[in-house]
Design a protein around this ligand. Sequence first.
Ligand SMILES: C[S@@+](CC[C@H](N)C(=O)[O-])C[C@H]1O[C@@H](n2cnc3c(N)ncnc32)[C@H](O)[C@@H]1O
Length: 372
Amino acid sequence: MEGQSMGTGQILSMNGGCGEESYAENSKIQTTYLSRTMPVLHTALLDFCTKKLPATITIADLGCSSGPNTLLAISESMSIIHNTCRQLGRSPPQFCVFLNDLPSNDFNTVFNSLPKFQKRMREENGQDFGPCYITGVPGSFYGRLFPAKSLHFVQSSSSLHWLSQVPVELSDPSNKALVNKGKIYISRTSPPGIVEAYSNQFRRDFSSFLESRSEEIAPGGHMVLTYRGRRTTDPSPDESCLLWDYLGLAFQDLVSQGLIEEEKLDSYNTPYYEPYVEDVRAEIEREGSFTLHRLEIIAAPWDGVNGGHKYDRRKTAEMMAKAIRAVNESMITSHFGGQILDSLFERFIDIMARDTKEVEHPSLVLSLIRKS
Ligand SMILES: C[S@@+](CC[C@H](N)C(=O)[O-])C[C@H]1O[C@@H](n2cnc3c(N)ncnc32)[C@H](O)[C@@H]1O
């Protein structure tokens, strides 16, 4: 079976562990999105705390991965709830935390970090903190993961731009009108049918996501989502497509050197989509189970991958190559084999370093409340 017709769950897996190539070591831009989401998360949590709270609060992080970001929003949420209860003279709640990701996620590294995490939470919040019971939940967030009405607070960061699969229409090699020549994602040269196929796949997936969460989140429960999205109706702005274009050009170099076949490249597309902000709003309204309390657009700078350091263009391109590789390596290996990775990313670095564009990387932040 070709990698392209497989579900994302079979081919997508962030590089595990804590080594130089791991997602844990190469996820600074995702940390930036998380830190820029915090004001929205704080407001949602304070609002949540004004309601009658259950004795045990259930929180889920969807697409938690493994690394410094895995427990960042969770720890912030538990601290805010704990300290707000204290200020309001209420008994501190217990927490039940669910960390979800695809089954191939490196949950072992996450589990190994939990004793230290529990200790730090008690040191920072006082010995009356918790208890806090943490569980891993392997499975796709595009289907049901939890019992009905069992969740009070859900968060997800830098995950929902991953589709459940490459749009099915693109997996049919006989459909010549839908060949994304020399590209691996939507680009300015993509035929309109390709853009439409991606947009339809996103709508199907996002609607399944909302339907599943609408069953699982108790009435009045909150959900804060951050993921890559567009602020323009143009489906191929540089903000969304430039990095994929660089990677596409790097693949084309490998084709011209005979290292991979042209058909192999033409049949590779990434199961990823950055939706237009108003299409997201429309889908939430159409599905109907959630009130959209807040919708903001945040943007990481073009060199956000450097985690706030100022490096020259080449070093920034090297950091970007490592970040993109940590996320995409499993999918590229599944389709082309792992032997091309080093050459591919060396070319990516040269291509990005030669260019002069500095485009921001926007994300959408949504704060939703389950209708009663
Ligand atoms: C870029 S990482 C983000 C991780 C972390 N939340 C952060 O902010 O750094 C995206 C994560 O989403 C997970 N993911 C993608 N599709 C998923 C799905 N359908 N169900 C559950 N997790 C998924 C990936 O496996 C990956 O760990």
